[in-house]
Design a protein around this ligand. Structure first.
Ligand SMILES: Cc1cc2nc3c(=O)[nH]c(=O)nc-3n(C[C@H](O)[C@H](O)[C@H](O)COP(=O)(O)OP(=O)(O)OC[C@H]3O[C@@H](n4cnc5c(N)ncnc54)[C@H](O)[C@@H]3O)c2cc1C
Length: 417
């Protein structure tokens, strides 16, 4: 069998056996027969979190809605469904999710496994919309985890890094559909950001900042406003001026790949992600790293990155800075504290990027910068572990449902056990 790669192509999966499952009984059989097994989602992680030395299971064909409950405002989906598919289904029925990541291409189960997030001072990680999951655990049985059934266990299970079992169903809370208008402002001087960071992030439902650090400024501020927020373009935003046409966050890439801007109101799922489902998100040839930093250190940590810009900029497509509201999940980088995400879309040059990452991680160490679970980082495991006070409880949860470590891989052994 041809060796399989992740989306970015920077990782060749090591698994010897690949299965594409079409039904739950088959999944149970495969799990019972495997010694080590992992599930892949849409393969958008940049590290080996989804890899296995033995068996990989893909649920890509299990991508349907199972139940839509209008009264309870919940939707139950199969474990391989992507946000793009779910969003269209919900919109047709007048419903929505509160937030999305920068792209709709990723699977719901895979995104929630790593606490994937969008932006917004009031917007939590995407895992926060999930209220229950059905999981095929190591012995092949189906176990239901839910916020209502056992809240404490749920806090451990919701962000599971793929180590709990095969997520075959997820139930998500939905909200009435809403419209969003997107405006881009260009060239925000760094001094203005340092003085007005809180005002800028709280100025709309979801705000993202992009810069390649070629100048001492933020290239673009993407402001996503709800249609019931005052929604006319401002003449300026702390010195940044409105863009005259649609933009791509990375200089030199066609804006046709991006969701509509210039204040044209549109459905939530076609404005909250930066990239459109039918187009290549981001640059395609890239690596990504991201550090989630407690909000109180936002300005100092950005100042540190700004001081390193001569070193960072040549390797960078773009930096994105976002805000994420706290949640309650043991393994979430925003566990019980609001955070700022400093994200790096690197050029596809691992040789040089791996020299720079330890320097960034050391510079950000005073600010308790936690790496995104699905992106590349070089931080020692001891430091990663020190951020998660509930790690012992998480280990116990995994041991309870998977005593032999069937769902552990090198990544889980290194960073969790
Ligand atoms: C272009 C691009 C843009 C991105 N934008 C963002 C962003 O805006 N915000 C952000 O936070 N992250 C972002 N990411 C990172 C991405 O959201 C995460 O890496 C996410 O986990 C990828 O989900 P996936 O479906 O591709 O899962 P994979 O990468 O395939 O797997 C991720 C984890 O989920 C587990 N998993 C997947 N499905 C199942 C299942 N059914 N049962 C059990 N375990 C499962 C895997 O074992 C693995 O541990 C981006 C990545 C790319 C490539």
């Amino acid at each position: 069998m041809k060796q399989q790669k992740n989306w970015a192509g920077n990782l060749m999966y090591q698994a010897k056996h690949w299965h594409e499952s079409r039904n739950v009984e088959e999944i149970q059989q495969i799990v019972r027969g495997a010694t080590h097994i992992r599930v892949v989602g849409s393969r958008h992680s940049f590290n080996d979190i989804a890899d296995s030395d033995d068996t990989i299971l893909s649920l890509g064909k299990l991508n349907h809605v199972l139940v839509f409950d209008k009264e309870k405002q919940t939707v139950t989906i199969e474990g391989g469904m992507r946000y793009g598919e779910l969003s269209s289904y919900l919109e047709e029925r007048g419903f929505a999710l509160p937030n999305l990541a920068s792209l709709p291409h990723i699977s719901v189960a895979g995104a929630c496994a790593t606490a994937t997030h969008g932006s917004g001072d009031q917007n939590q990680s995407l895992s926060s919309s999930v209220k229950a999951m059905k999981v095929v655990t190591a012995n092949g049985d189906i176990v239901e985890f839910s916020q209502d059934k056992n809240r404490q266990e749920w806090q451990g299970a919701a962000v599971h890094l793929g180590a709990l079992g095969v997520i075959i169903e997820l139930t998500l809370a939905v909200i009435p559909s809403y419209k969003v208008s997107q405006y881009v402002y260009e060239h925000l001087p760094f001094t203005q950001l340092a003085e007005h960071l809180d005002e800028i992030f709280s100025s709309a439902y979801s705000v993202s900042l992009f810069t390649d650090w070629r100048q001492d400024a933020i290239n673009q501020v993407w402001v996503k406003q709800l249609s019931d927020e005052p929604s006319s373009v401002r003449s300026e935003l702390y010195g940044a001026l409105p863009a005259k046409a649609n933009s791509h966050p990375i200089q030199g890439i066609e804006s046709v790949n991006c969701t509509e801007q210039m204040g044209v109101a549109g459905p939530w799922f076609d404005r909250l992600p930066h990239f459109r489902l039918d187009f290549m998100p981001s640059s395609g040839r890239e690596l990504q790293s991201e550090y989630l930093i407690p909000r109180q250190f936002a300005i100092e940590s950005l100042q540190v990155i700004q001081e390193m810009r001569a070193m960072i900029s040549p390797l960078l497509h773009v930096n994105e800075i976002r805000s994420v509201a706290k949640d309650d999940f043991w393994l979430s980088p925003s566990y019980q504290q609001d955070v700022i995400g400093i994200h790096f879309t690197w050029k596809d040059n691992w040789h040089d990027v791996q020299q720079v990452l330890p320097q960034i991680e050391t510079a950000l160490e005073p600010f308790q910068a936690r790496p995104h679970w699905g992106k590349v980082f070089t931080m020692p495991k001891e430091r990663v572990q020190s951020f998660y006070e509930k790690l012992p409880e998480f280990r116990q949860l995994l041991v309870q449902y998977d005593p032999m470590g069937k769902f552990r891989n090198q990544f889980i052994n290194q960073y969790i056990f």
